[in-house]
Design a protein around this ligand. Structure first.
Ligand code: G3I
Length: 349
């Protein structure tokens, strides 16, 4: 045992800096959406996940495209590797996502489905229950349905890109979200079931539609336990709008998961921005969000804050052609950026 002498022992502040991590600075889970291939092949990425986070969300590994690539054929290898990693390091796994609308999450055979609704209902129910049952006792919370509503508060009849139909709405009708929750609860009555969406802080009508759906679920005994506020946001984010949305969501008494946090400094891809100023604003917003969540979300509703991806290098935002933004707490070289400290200050001050 090596004892640090007075001369070598870092002073209190340094020691705090040396010891503090994201997860050690919060009284609630701090997570990241992870890529199983990077966990396998990138040791620094893996080290950051182990050191900084006590919750992980399966970014794509549990989406239909990955886990159910052909009719009746399941491939759980990627999801299994995430669950095995999490078990080894004592990290919570949040299952994302049983039913989503976006093209990128669905396999060809679903996007091009042309059978009847009865058959689709069976495919829908079997998928939900097969996936949940496989991870019973290992994954205790799920994003059951993603992004049912558009920013006008209407049930999406099209995908986010507007290129294709919302296949679930087309074949299963407007109540597909409710039935997804019912089927999920039948498969694992102990699992916490979340509805996950974005822009609740930007669209009052979407927020109202979500809260109204939750109210109807409760009236009809449809099991729902939590709501995901994705918070894909940027330096133009309105603090009052965020507070307004959070205050309303808190009244649902559900678990509140800030589920996909990232804050872009250059959302309009402008040339020649003042990045020093933008990073300062980003840090302030990270501090504001972590401090609000710590102070104003009651402990029994604090499901946690999850970042969408780990570093700027693996961020989904920078996977788009021609985009190179900074939106997380670790930069392209996996170094903590100034927002890392600001986020922790929001948790500890
Ligand atoms: O796996 C295939 C690969 O075989 C193929 O060669 C390649 C090129 O076509 O595509 C790969 O699939 C991509 C997948 O990510 C895995 O990398 C899809 O095209 C791509 O669309 C998909 O993007 C994901 C997107 O959801 C759609 O599923 C992003 O990584 C993921 O970060 C993003 O996450 C969503 C949340 O689920 C919901 N909230 C919004 C968030 C950001 O869009």
């Amino acid at each position: 045992m090596v004892y640090l002498t007075a001369a070598t022992k870092p002073d209190k502040m340094e020691q705090d800096e040396v010891e503090s991590t994201l997860k050690s600075s919060a009284n609630f889970p701090i997570g990241a959406a992870v890529n199983p291939d990077l966990l396998k092949r990138d040791s620094l990425y893996k080290l950051i996940v182990i050191k900084e986070f006590n919750s992980i969300t399966t970014e794509n590994a549990l989406k239909w495209a990955s886990v159910h690539p052909e009719p009746g054929k399941y491939n759980f290898s990627k999801a299994d590797s995430i669950v095995a990693f999490a078990k080894r390091y004592g990290i919570r796994v949040h299952g994302h996502v049983l039913i989503s609308v976006s093209e990128g999450s669905l396999p060809k055979w679903i996007k091009e489905y042309s059978g009847d609704s009865t058959k689709m209902e069976k495919i829908f129910k079997d998928h939900i229950q097969t996936v949940i049952k496989r991870y019973k006792g290992e994954i205790h919370s799920w994003d059951v349905v993603n992004e049912t509503f558009d920013d006008k508060g209407l049930i999406r009849t099209k995908t986010q890109s507007n290129k294709n139909d919302n296949i679930w709405y087309k074949y299963l009708g407007k109540d597909y979200t409710a039935r997804a929750f019912k089927y999920a609860n039948e498969a694992d009555p102990k699992a916490l079931l979340f509805y996950n969406d974005n822009n609740q802080e930007k669209s009052e009508r979407k927020l109202e539609a979500i809260l109204n759906m939750i109210k109807c679920f409760k009236q009809e005994d449809i099991p729902i336990h939590g709501i995901g506020i994705q918070m894909h946001t940027d330096v133009y984010m309105s603090k009052p709008d965020f507070i307004n949305a959070m205050v309303k969501v808190l009244k649902s008494n559900l678990h509140i998961h800030i589920s996909e946090l990232d804050i872009r400094i250059n959302p309009k891809n402008e040339i020649g921005i003042d990045s020093i100023k933008r990073f300062k604003i980003q840090g302030e917003l990270f501090r504001f969000i972590s401090n609000f969540y710590k102070k104003d979300v009651p402990y029994n509703q604090q499901f946690g804050i999850t970042f969408w991806n780990v570093t700027d290098k693996d961020s989904w935002i920078n996977n788009k052609k021609g985009i190179k933004d900074n939106c997380l707490l670790f930069d392209y070289n996996y170094r903590k950026n100034q927002s890392y400290k600001a986020f922790i200050e929001g948790l500890t001050k």
